[in-house]
Every structure is written in C-alpha cells, then in structure tokens.
Write a protein that binds this ligand. Sequence first.
Ligand code: NAP
Ligand code: MG
Length: 498
Amino acid sequence: MVTLTQINPNTIEFAEKYGPIINGKMVEPINGYIDAVNSATGKVLSKIGRCGQEEIDQAVKAAREAFPGWSNTSIEERARLLNKIADVLEENQERLKMIECMETGRALHEFDPDYQLSIYQFRYFAAAMLTFYEGESRPVQNGYLITKKEPLGVCAQIIPWNVPMIMTSFKLAPALAAGNTVVLKPAEDACLSVMEFIKLAAEILPKGVINVVPGYGEEAGQSLIEHPDIDKLAFTGSVNVGRLVGKKAGEKLIPVTLELGGKSPHIVFPDVDIDQAVENAVFAFTTFNGQSCILGTRLLIHHDIYDKFVEKLIERAKQVKIGPPTERSTRIGSIINEKQGKRVLSYFEIAKNEGAKILHGGNRVTVPGHENGYFIEPTVIEAEPHMRIAQEEIFGPACTVTRWNDEDEMIKIANGVDYGLAAGIMTNNLESALNTANKLEAGSVWINSYFNFQSGAPFGGYKNSGVGREYSKEALDAYSQSKTIVAAYKLPPAGFFK
Ligand code: NAP
Ligand code: MG
C-alpha cells in the first residue's frame, strides 16, 4: 500500500537539464537544450534536450542492439519487470503529478485518475502477457501446426503534451510486454514528468530497451519517423502529423498505430434528470481544460428539454472553478501555451462570424500570480451542425449546443463529422441507449457516464480519429506478428513429386 502525500509545488526540485536517455544513461545532446516552462506562470522549470538526427541514430542503434536480448527474455521476467515499473510509478506519483501539473497547466486533481490509469497499464500488460500471449498449436495430418507471436523489433513512438503519463504508458506497456524495444519522443511542451519517469524505468530494464529523445517535432520527431531502421510507428497527436506518420509507415511498409483528434457528440434524451445530466455534460467538455481528443464537445439536446437544459448548463458552467493549476480545488487551469490559447480564442471569433451564438464564456480570464497563463472560461456556443465550430477540434473548454427532435436526424448530426473517437449518451431508456450506441461511428461510447475508461477496453478511433486500438489486448497484437510453423513428422515418401 502506497501512502500518498500532497507535495508543495515550491519544494519541487528539478535536475538542471534533461538530455536524451540512450542506452540506459542520460547523454548530452549536440544541439543543446530547450526551456521547459510552467505553462501557468511562464517560469522556466528546467531544460530539455533538443534532439536531432544524431541522437535519433544513437537511440535506434541502442534499441536495435538491445532487441535480441529483450525479445528472448521470458514472458514471466518481462511481466515481473513491467510490474516493477508500475511500482516505481506508483511510489513516485505525487511528485510526478505535480511536475506534470506545473508543465501542462492542467488542474492537479485530474492527475489522480491519469496516474491510476497509467499504473494499471503496466500491470494490465504484465498480466496480459501471461494470459493472452500464447500461440496456438494443433495436430494436423502427419505433424503439428504451431502459431506463435513474435515482437516486431524497434518501435518508434511519438506522443503529445496533453496527457503525458497516460500516453507514455499507452505506448510503452504493450510494446515492452510483447518484447519490443522502444525509442520514445515526448512533446516539447510537456516532457519533464516523462523524462523523470523514464530515468527510473530505464534503471529497471536492460540497457537500450527504452530510449527517450525529447525535442522539437520537426527535428526529433521527423528524424525518428524517417529513420531507416525502425519496425513500427505509433503516434498520438494531430491529424496532419498523423498523416505524415502514416505516409512514412506506408513507404517503409511497417505497421502503424495512429490516435488522432476527435469531435465527440454527447447526446441528451428527454427523459434524463436534467441536473445530473448537466453536471456530466460540463465535466465531459471542461476536463483536461478541454484539451483532449475524447471530450464530449458537441451537445445534442432533445427539443423537449433544450431550453431548460441549456439554462442549467450555463448556470453550472459558471460554477466551474478557474484557478491556479496546483490547487486541488481548481477545475480549469491554463491552456498549454500562448499559441494554443490564442487558437482557442480565435475559434470563438470564427463561431461569431459564422452566426453561432456564444451563450456563455468566450473570454480569457486572469488568475492572480499566473498572468502568463491562458485561462479560458467554460464556453457554451449555440451552433448549427455544419459550422466550423461544430466540426473542428477546438482543444479548449468549450462545447456547442444543438437541438434535435427526430432520432434519425440526431444520428446523422452525431456522425456528421470527420472524426469518430468517442461519444456519450444520456438516457434512462436502455433500448434507446443501445440502439443509438450501435449506430454511432465512434470507437468508444459512454452511456450515462462520460470518460468511463475501463482497463482492457479497446481504445481508438473510427474515420480520421485514427488507425488501430490501444489500451487493450488488441495492442499486444499491434506490437507483434504471428508466425505459423507447420512441422511434418517426416519427409514425403520418395517419388511423391513424380
Ligand atoms: P501534434 O502537433 O501532432 O504533436 C504530437 C507529437 O508529434 C508531438 O510530440 C510533436 O512534437 C510531434 N510532431 C510534430 N510535428 C512532427 C513531425 N513533422 N514529425 C514527427 N513528429 C512531429 O499535436 P499536438 O498539437 O501536440 O496535440 C494535440 C493533438 O493531438 C490534437 O489534435 C488531439 O486531438 C490529438 N490527441 C489525440 C489523442 C488520441 O488518443 N486520439 C490523444 C491526445 C491528443 P512537438 O510538440 O514536440 O513539436
Ligand atoms: Mg512543435
């Protein structure tokens, strides 16, 4: 049992700099360092390596050299080491959560479920290896057929800044469990918690099994996806970069997993308890400061309760506490950086110009002592389904509200976007809920409880939201390939080919 103690943000001490971790140790990057910044205060927290071609070459080489040893390590031993990584993450979670909170600007309390989920990823895949990773064998005429799983080799993995530890665990746990070695590129805007964690994890694993190369996407990321000696690409981030990654995988003819954006519908039926449904709706679009691909950002509300629901939604949105990210009572913190903050605000202008109505919010607010941060009000926008504000990912604490009357029409609106990552449905009628869930083009559908992640449930997107599934047993398949061996007891009789 681990005892959790709340850490005072002022007592967090960082290393002076965080170079890439290659072959088990932190090394000096040739091109120096980039500042790692507290997104709410603008204060420089430390420095992270600016990796390029040279470091990527070294990291891939280290991962390649470590591959034969790691892939031949027994599954029992791999499972034991993954559990040890989970232990270390659990023991160090309070410090890492605070670091991640400072770097991302997200509210501290959100990291409790983030870290629970991340710790369980390592435990889940440790157990999954022992449970699911068997091959199959059966007698055939004159012999035996064996199918077995083998790891792919060196996996290149790229993650975004919004949920760094969740992303790190989603990528590392299945890849390592299946016997692959890894080169991980975290996002330049949030990688201190990842660097600190990998430092600890690298001590548990044989040298070179995990390597981490921080830096800019266009340098470290680009060099990694172009590297000639990688066997798998896995990426979470924007659709545009996702396409680039997919293209590289196509050129190399290697497997790829892509987790991209979302614009999820959250459907409200007229039979709900309005207060409860409103609370779930506000949670579903404001959590992560709205910076997540899975959020319920398009509220589709039944005509009969629309006016009442929207009135209460605004009332509830007004109560959401905007404040310093490091305070536990805060529910909305600061957007990751100025560029993203301005992008979110620009969407509100786009919405107005399109004729959408901002019913509440739409502004940046100042939090004393955090003047550099981009704190944005929870924003409710009445919009038509075709408008850009209802079609494109805003990545801020905002939702659109749209009325529906006819179920077929509602399904058409719900599915009428390029994305298909998640969806929410609120109703007491199980038949309506399941009928609707079956018709939605979405990888995850949450009925009456948004963001209801369960260990081992496949996670990934339809349409532009991605390719492949993570978080589940399916991820083990995505990090391995099957080999069929057919063994005959003896050679064919002489003359069989006459
Ligand atoms: P992004 O620009 O696509 O960045 C994602 C990662 O790719 C970062 O590590 C980035 O590096 C790197 N990168 C950028 N350009 C690259 C290139 N040319 N080659 C290789 N790597 C490159 O996305 P973002 O703006 O950081 O993140 C927000 C997006 O991610 C949203 O669209 C969101 O929906 C999506 N997202 C999806 C999921 C999911 O599970 N489906 C989860 C989280 C986020 P730097 O940032 O260091 O430059
Ligand atoms: Mg960048």
